[in-house]
Design a protein around this ligand. Structure first.
Ligand code: ADP
Ligand code: ZN
Ligand code: ZN
Length: 713
C-alpha cells in the first residue's frame, strides 16, 4: 500500500474506489484509492498522475478486498485485483486527449459462434469441406468466428458456405457457452419441502439476510429452490450470484437459468476470453444482467443490490483458491452476504461438517421425481483378484454396455500419496496423535504423518492380525483404464482427469463425447462425480472407495464419504434401474457402509465428534505456513526459527511442526501448522513474525506462504 497526494483538480474524481494512475519510478501503474486521509507529511508525497476513466470499485467490494488481505494474510494488491474490472491486466493507456484509460482486453470484442454439424464429416462435400467438418467434429463443434484460421483447418468463408449449404448450423453464443434463448420455461409446482425451503430463503431476503444450508439428496430439486429464490429476489429489485465449483462440469445449469430467468444472466469464469469477461462485467455493473453464474471468482461480481448468493455443491474443495490470495469463496460469500443483507444458501447432498454444525438447515429428503436413490453394493476388494476392477463390477459393466447404456467409474486421484495397508484384514497405518492415515514414503521406507510430522517404521507384520501382509497401495486412473479396455472392450472409454480435461472447452468436449449415443464409460477422478445430469447412466462405481483415506489430511473421511454418495447420485436419475458399486479394501471403514446407504446425518454427527476430540475444524481454525527453498538446510533453519518465534509469541495458539513435506519441483518444503479458536488470534502474529523474518528469508532464498483455513494439512 502506497501513499500519494491528490492534486486539487483531481480531488472530486479521486473518490474511494476510483482507479488512478500512479507514478512509480519512471512508470505509471494502476492504483485503487482505498481511502483519503488528511496529509500527514506535507509536500513529500508524489501526486497521482490522473484518475482513470473507468467506473470506481463499489465500496462493498473495496471493503471485501481489505478484509481478505487481513484475514488471509495476503498482499493487498492481489486482493484488490479480484474486485477490479477485468481488462488489460492492469495496463494503463494515455488517450490523445490526456485522459487515462484501462488498456482494452488483448483481442477486442469477439463474437463466438457455435457450429453444429448436421451431416457426417464424410458427407460434407468437397475435400476442403470434409476437412472443416472433421476439425469441427474433433472440436465438438465450437469455434470463434472472429478468429478464422485460429483453429487449424476451419477458414470462416468455408464454414459460412457450409452453413448456407445446410451441412452445419451456425448459432451465435453469448459468453463461452450457448445459453438456450428460447421461450421461458414454466416452473413445476414445488413439493412441500421445496416450498418450505423457498419460504425460508425469501424470509431471509426480506429480513436482512443470513445463511442457510440446503441439504438435499442428488436430484431432490435444489436447483428449483435456487430458481424460485432468485425470482423472489428479483421481484424485490435485488440481484443474485450463483456459484458453482466448475462451470464446465455443469453445462445444463446455464441453459436452465437462462430458460427461466431470461437473458439477464451473466456468466463469469476463467475460461472466458478477456473480451467476453469485460463484456459480462459491464452488463452486470450497468444492471443489464442481475444474476451472475460463475465459479469461485464470481463471488466478486459487482452485482448491485445483492439479495441472494447461492453456493451450489458447497462441499467442493475448489471453492478454496490454492494460490495467493488463498481465499475461500464460501467464506467470502458469507461475509459479502452479511454486509449486503443478502440471503446466502449453501446447497449440497453431502454438506461439510462446518456447514452442518453452524447453519440452520433446510432439507429435501427425497428425489423430486420420486425415484428411489440406488443403494450401493459394497465389494470387499480383499476377496477379489489382483486387478482394480472387481468381478461383480466387470460383469455389471459388461451387461450395461451390451444394452447400449452408460457408466461412470471413479478412480483415485493421480499422483496419490500411498498408504500402508494390510492385505489380510484391511488395517491401515494411522497417526495415533492425529488419526489420519500415515503416508508411505520411500528411500528409506518409513511412515510419515503429514499432519504433525511424526515418523514411524513400516511394520513387518500387521499390528491387528499379525499377518505378514503389509503392502504399499494406491490405484491410478490409468491402471483402471487399461483394465476396463481389456474387460469391457465394446465400451467407448472417455477418461476425464486433470490432464485430459485441461484447456478451454476440454471438459465440455469430453462430456459431449460421453453423451454421444452408444455404450460408453466415463472414467476419471472426482471430476466425474460432479457432472450434474448425465443421461442413461445405469452403472456407477467407485473403484477405490477408501482411497481418499490415503490422503493424510483431516478431511479425508469427509471426502471419501462425499465421493461415494455423489457418485451414487449420478446413476438412475431418470428413474432407470441402476446399480452402484463401492469397491473398498477396507469395507468396514466407517465411511463405506454409511456412504453406501446415504447416511449423511449419521456420518456428520460422528465426524463432528471426531473433529472435536482432535481439536480440528470446525472446533478450531488452522493456519498453515509452508516454508520452501532450494537449500534444505536453509529451509530447515528458517522453518524452525519461525515456528519457535510463533510459539513464544502466542501462548494461546498451538503450534505444530515444522513437518517435512514432499519435495516439489526440486524445492525442499516444510509446513508449520497453527491452531486457535479463531483465525484472527493467529494471523496478526504471523504477519509480524514474517515481517521480522523478511530479510533473513530473502538472503536464504526461502519463501514462506500462508494458508488460512487450509483444505488439507
Ligand atoms: P438437484 O439440483 O437437487 O440435483 P434438480 O433441481 O436438478 O435437483 O432437480 C432434479 C430433477 O427434478 C430435474 O429434472 C427437475 O426438473 C425435476 N424437478 C425438480 N423439482 C421438481 C418438482 N417440484 N416437480 C417436478 N419435477 C421437479
Ligand atoms: Zn492385518
Ligand atoms: Zn500425526
Amino acid at each position: 500500500m502506497l501513499d500519494y497526494a491528490v492534486p486539487e483538480e483531481l480531488s472530486g474524481a479521486a473518490v474511494a474506489g476510483a482507479l488512478v494512475a500512479c507514478p512509480l519510478g519512471p512508470r505509471r501503474i494502476l492504483g485503487v484509492v482505498v481511502g483519503r486521509d488528511a496529509p500527514t507529511h506535507e509536500g513529500r508525497l508524489q501526486p497521482i498522475a490522473g484518475v482513470v476513466e473507468a467506473p470506481p470499485v463499489a465500496p462493498d467490494l473495496l471493503e471485501l478486498a481489505a478484509w481478505m488481505a487481513r484475514y488471509y494474510v495476503a498482499p493487498a494488491a492481489t486482493c484488490l485485483r479480484l474486485v477490479l474490472p477485468p481488462g488489460g491486466g492492469g495496463a494503463l493507456r494515455r488517450a490523445p486527449d490526456g485522459s487515462w484509460r484501462l488498456a482494452p482486453p488483448p483481442s477486442g470484442p469477439r463474437e463466438v459462434l457455435t457450429a453444429r454439424l448436421l451431416a457426417e464429416p464424410g458427407d460434407a462435400g468437397s475435400a476442403r469441406r470434409r476437412k472443416v467438418a472433421e476439425a469441427l467434429h474433433a472440436a465438438a463443434g465450437t469455434l470463434a468466428a472472429a478468429a478464422p484460421g485460429r483453429r487449424p483447418g476451419t477458414p470462416m468463408p468455408t464454414v459460412r458456405a457450409m452453413a448456407r449449404a445446410g451441412v452445419l448450423a451456425l448459432e451465435a453464443a453469448r459468453g463461452a457457452e450457448a445459453g438456450a434463448a428460447g421461450p421461458r420455461s414454466r416452473p413445476p409446482t414445488l413439493t412441500p419441502d421445496q416450498a418450505r425451503a423457498v419460504a425460508a430463503l425469501v424470509a431471509a431476503i426480506d429480513d436482512g439476510g443470513g445463511p442457510h444450508l440446503l441439504h438435499g439428496v442428488t436430484g431432490s430439486g435444489k436447483t428449483e429452490v435456487y430458481l424460485h429464490a432468485i425470482e423472489a429476489a428479483r421481484a424485490r429489485g435485488r440481484g443474485a450470484i450463483v456459484l458453482v465449483p466448475e462451470i464446465a462440469l455443469t453445462p445444463q445449469l446455464l441453459g436452465r437459468l437462462r430458460a427461466r430467468l431470461g437473458p439477464g444472466v451473466a456468466v463469469w469464469h476463467s475460461a472466458l476470453t478477456p473480451a467476453q469477461r469485460a463484456a459480462e462485467h459491464r452488463r452486470v455493473r450497468e444492471g443489464e444482467a442481475d444474476v451472475v453464474l460463475g465459479a469461485r471468482s464470481a463471488v466478486f461480481a459487482p452485482v448491485p443490490r445483492l439479495g441472494l448468493i447461492v453456493v451450489d455443491e458447497e462441499h467442493d474443495g475448489s471453492y478454496k483458491q490454492d494460490s495467493s490470495p488463498r481465499y475461500d469463496a464460501r467464506q467470502v460469500a458469507a461475509l459479502r452476504g452479511s454486509r449486503a443483507g443478502a440471503a446466502v444458501v449453501y446447497g449440497s447432498a453431502t454438506p461439510r461438517p462446518e456447514t452442518w454444525r453452524a447453519l440452520p438447515r433446510l432439507s429435501l429428503p427425497a428425489r423430486a421425481d420420486g425415484s428411489p436413490l440406488p443403494t450401493a453394493e459394497i465389494v470387499d476388494m480383499r476377496r477379489q483378484g489382483a486387478g482394480p476392477v472387481s468381478r461383480p463390477l466387470a460383469s455389471a459393466l459388461h451387461d450395461a454396455m451390451l444394452r447400449g447404456e452408460k457408466a461412470i467409474v471413479l478412480a483415485t486421484r493421480r499422483g496419490f500419496a500411498l498408504m500402508a495397508l494390510c492385505r489380510e484384514c484391511g488395517w491401515i497405518a494411522r497417526c495415533p496423535d492425529c488419526d489420519v492415515a500415515l503416508v508411505h514414503h520411500d528411500r528409506p521406507a518409513r511412515l510419515v504423518c503429514h499432519h504433525c510430522g511424526r515418523e514411524e517404521h513400516v511394520p513387518g507384520v500387521c499390528p491387528s492380525c499379525h499377518a505378514a501382509a503389509i503392502v504399499r497401495q494406491g490405484t491410478g486412473a490409468q491402471g483402471v483404464e487399461r483394465a476396463l479396455a481389456r474387460l469391457v472392450p465394446m465400451a467407448r472409454l472417455v477418461r476425464m482427469d486433470a490432464s485430459s480435461a485441461s484447456g478451454r472447452g476440454a471438459v465440455a468436449r469430453l462430456l459431449e463425447e460421453f453423451a454421444r449415443p452408444g455404450p460408453a464409460i466415463l472414467l476419471g477422478t472426482q471430476m466425474v462425480a460432479k457432472g450434474h445430469d448425465l443421461p442413461d447412466v445405469t452403472v456407477a462405481a467407485v473403484v477405490d472407495a477408501d482411497a481418499p483415506l490415503q490422503f493424510a489430511g483431516f478431511r479425508s473421511e469427509e471426502r471419501a464419504f462425499a465421493l461415494i454418495v455423489q457418485i451414487a447420485g449420478r446413476a438412475g436419475r431418470r428413474g432407470e434401474p441402476a446399480r452402484v458399486f463401492v469397491q473398498a479394501p477396507e469395507p468396514a471403514a466407517r465411511v463405506v457402509p454409511l456412504g453406501a446407504r446415504h447416511a449423511v446425518e449419521e456420518f456428520l454427527d460422528g465426524e463432528l465428534a471426531r473433529r472435536r476430540a482432535h481439536d480440528l475444524p470446525p472446533y478450531s481454525h488452522l493456519v498453515r505456513i509452508v516454508v520452501e527453498g532450494e537449500a534444505a538446510d536453509a529451509v530447515a533453519r528458517c522453518a524452525s526459527g519461525i515456528a519457535d518465534e510463533l510459539r513464544g509469541a502466542a501462548p494461546a495458539v498451538r503450534v505444530r511442526g515444522p513437518a517435512p513435506l514432499h519435495r516439489l519441483r526440486g524445492r525442499t518444503r516444510a509446513a508449520i501448522l497453527l491452531a486457535a479458536e479463531r483465525a484472527t488470534l493467529v494471523t496478526p502474529h504471523i504477519r509480524s513474525t514474517l515481517a521480522a523474518w523478511e530479510g533473513e528469508l530473502r538472503r536464504a532464498g526461502v519463501r514462506a506462504g500462508v494458508d488460512v483455513d487450509p483444505q488439507e494439512t
